[in-house]
Design a binder for this molecule. Structure first.
Ligand SMILES: [Mn+2]
Length: 349
């Protein structure tokens, strides 16, 4: 942990006033957790108010429940009056990522993120891009980094903040099973003791809409089994999160190694790639599959990205993704089996 870097965070903050906190479009529990954690730190330690700006609807049931139960209120994106704020802090993403659009009229004062991407720590250009930047992919969650930032400044999270940060750590690391380091484990254990168990339970098992089950039926009907790869290229989907959810879900098929899912939503073809092998690196794999046509980011065994539907048609994008995935996994000429076809083995392969 670079304590000197953490100390310098205080230097970029205004002496009074308010900040905007934001994350990537369609925020996930880690982005929300990191925002709530920072909001608390700014208030408690520095006496600064902050307003959250969330871009894109939150539709995954767990994320909706987290937002409602923790009463995470946000300004509409167009509702930021630059006169009221000194600057912006960006969490769980980087301003250069295509799915991230901080309010334009405000300076970006700081960035906290654990994703690899176009610019990462160590990149000279990135190091000077903003007054303060803590980008380190050796953390499984940005919420872990925010936990350590609170700790550095001697601030103990209250119950709501601890619950939000805990959700962030556990969802991004899948309960410390995915890409978690000793830092994530330390944060997880400490936050677990402080978090609200009733709320954690309710976020874990939220009510699911009928649409959810309809979407899963479409996914099951679309899933092609290539052996080392499950490929689920859907058409229009209900939310970008459902693409990630489908990729996660099929990864649970026994013996599976990679799960790639895609679906069209909000003018973009969303793509999620997952792998269940310990040392797999999903980001370069998805970077290859998306190529110059789109943008992506990722961490460890998970990566996500999108290709705009403005210039390419849905089928054209699906063909491109399929063909690059076949190239990458050495599956050219392989005949897929539909996951649910009658001749699929009931178990094993
Ligand atoms: Mn994250």
């Amino acid at each position: 942990m670079n304590e000197e870097l953490l100390s310098r965070f205080a230097e970029v903050l205004p002496s009074s006033g308010a900040l905007v906190l934001c994350t990537h479009r369609h925020p996930d529990p880690d982005g929300l957790g990191a925002i709530v954690g920072l909001e608390y730190l700014l208030k408690k330690k520095f006496g600064l108010e902050s307003s959250l700006v969330l871009e894109g609807r939150i539709r995954r049931a767990e994320n909706v429940a987290m937002r409602e139960l923790l009463e995470i209120e946000a300004l509409p994106k167009g509702g930021v009056d630059p006169a009221n704020f000194a600057g912006t802090l960006v969490v769980d993403t980087q301003p250069c990522f295509s799915h991230t659009h901080p309010p334009g009229a405000l300076p970006i004062l700081g960035v906290i993120d654990h994703h690899d991407g176009p610019k990462v720590a160590g990149d000279d250009e990135a190091a000077d891009a903003y007054p303060w930047q803590w980008v380190d992919s050796s953390y499984g969650a940005t919420s872990t980094m925010v936990y350590f930032l609170l700790k550095h400044y001697g601030v103990v999270p209250d119950k709501r903040t601890a619950t939000a940060l805990y959700c962030g750590v556990r969802y991004d690391t899948n309960n410390l099973l995915r890409g978690a380091t000793e830092f994530d484990e330390t944060a997880f254990r400490a936050l677990e003791k402080l978090a609200d168990r009733q709320i954690i339970g309710a976020i874990d098992q939220p009510p699911l809409s009928r649409k959810y089950f309809q979407q899963m039926r479409v996914a099951m009907d679309s899933c092609q089994d290539f052996g080392p790869l499950l490929l689920t290229l859907m058409g229009e989907v209900q939310s970008p999160e459902s693409v990630a959810e489908v990729a996660d879900w099929f990864l649970r098929l026994e013996g599976q190694q990679w799960s790639l899912a895609g679906g069209a939503c909000d003018g973009r073809y969303q793509i999620s790639l997952r792998c269940d092998m310990a040392d797999a690196d999903a980001y370069p794999a998805l970077r290859f599959i998306i190529g110059e046509e789109g943008a992506c980011g990722g961490h460890g065994r998970m990566a996500g990205g999108q290709i705009s539907l403005a210039e390419m048609g849905l089928e054209e994008i699906q063909d491109l993704v399929r063909s690059r995935a076949m190239d990458l996994f050495g599956l050219q000429g392989e005949e897929p089996r539909m996951l649910l076809s009658q001749d699929s083995p009931a178990s094993g392969r």
